[in-house]
Design a protein around this ligand. Structure first.
Ligand code: NDP
Ligand code: PYC
Length: 335
């Protein structure tokens, strides 16, 4: 393993992105999210993703210097045209207007269109909970996941993330793929030469497989929770696809044309302002939520993101460790 400080992790990602031709704005925005992923123990969306950024650029599937355009679409809707660039910069561009609209109306949505998307969603959710807003986000990806009862890929790994602000605590955030696991995690198993657990994917005949090569290249991934994850995956396709005038995961994969680049589609983010719902500023919703969290944790269960926050605290002291093979692959992109 190779140890890096958080500053070194960020600087490495940024340097590689700049060296390979990305604009400073994109390099900064992407380095922020991949360094945060590494810091929080989310290796599947950490520095490893920089390899995919550069590969997508070489394949002509991302605009290196795209400038997102923010459109005031409707009283409660912000639209950001990412113009073929990464979602991270588009999110940053639209965030101030999304927050203003949520505060003015109680609920607001942001549709990001035409973005190349590979990031974890909690990074975005935390920027809304920091502003005292409740938040929900989802996005398709490429069609890699079979619906429950079938064995042909239709859905993306379609993450759904939710955040609730807390006074004096890190926010309550969950963020998971509607597949049994993120594809990035299976890719990391392949890189490490490790088998995957049963239940993550099937072979081309629909039979269970623990071989990451088979699941990634020949078969299909599976949804979590059978028909329930399958329905949620379909919902994500609809509300972050046709609803916002953007591509489904199947259309994103067709657009990819076999280049194996990062997915290209849209993202839907919804922000809610509790003060508008309640009509006051007493923050009673925060105290009431704490009772719920206490009744979860009081019996020894953990809250989602607790592991991540603990990893964050550790990384701030110790830095992060990445596989040396990954470090070498990253350094090779500076040649
Ligand atoms: P997991 O299956 O690991 O689930 C993640 C969520 O569940 C986290 O909030 C996690 O908290 C929480 N969790 C895990 N175990 C427990 C537990 N025992 N008790 C309570 N909560 C728990 O992650 P996925 O593989 O599904 O997704 C990982 C990431 O991949 C996400 O950040 C997602 O946004 C990203 N992704 C992005 C895609 C894209 O298209 N951009 C596509 C698919 C995934 P904690 O982190 O603290 O463990
Ligand atoms: O890990 O499933 C995944 C993923 C898809 C796009 C970005 N991450």
């Amino acid at each position: 393993m190779t140890r890096l400080t958080l500053d070194q992790a960020h600087a490495l990602a940024k340097l590689i992105l700049l060296h390979n031709g990305f604009s400073l704005a994109h390099a900064d925005a992407v380095a922020d999210t991949v360094a945060a992923g590494e810091r929080d123990g989310c290796a599947s969306h950490g520095l490893y993703r920089v390899l995919g950024c550069v590969a997508s650029l070489k394949a002509g599937k991302v605009e290196a210097d795209a400038r997102p355009e923010v459109v005031d679409q409707a009283p409660s809707i912000v639209r950001v045209d990412a113009a073929g660039g990464f979602s991270q910069l588009a999110f940053q561009a639209g965030l101030p207007l999304l927050k203003d609209k949520a505060r003015a109306n109680g609920i607001a949505a942001m549709a990001i269109n035409r973005c190349v998307h590979f990031s974890a969603l909690w990074v975005e959710i935390e920027q809304l909970t920091e502003a005292g807003l409740v938040a929900l986000a989802c996005t398709p990806s490429h069609a890699w996941v079979a619906p429950a009862g079938g064995n042909q890929p239709v859905f993306g790994t379609n993450p759904i993330a939710f955040g609730w602000p807390r006074a004096g605590h890190d926010p309550f955030v969950f963020d998971f793929a509607t597949s049994a696991i993120a594809r990035g995690e299976i890719e990391l198993h392949r890189r490490a030469g490790k088998a995957i657990p049963e239940g993550w994917g099937v072979d081309a005949q629909g039979q269970p497989s623990t071989d990451p090569n088979v699941v990634l290249d020949l078969g299909a991934m599976l949804t979590f929770g059978g028909h329930k994850g399958s329905a949620l995956a379909a919902m994500v396709e609809l509300i972050a696809g046709p609803l916002i005038g953007d591509l489904t995961s199947a259309e994103s994969l067709a657009h990819d044309g076999g280049s194996k680049s990062s997915p290209y589609h849209g993202e839907l983010i919804i922000a809610l302002d509790p003060r508008r719902f309640l009509g006051d500023a007493t923050e009673q919703h925060l105290a009431r939520a704490e009772s719920l969290f206490e009744s979860i944790q009081g019996q020894g269960a953990r809250l989602p993101s607790q592991r991540r926050y603990e990893a964050r605290a550790r990384s701030r002291v110790d830095g992060v460790e990445i596989p040396t093979a990954l470090y070498n692959d990253l350094k090779a992109l500076l040649a």
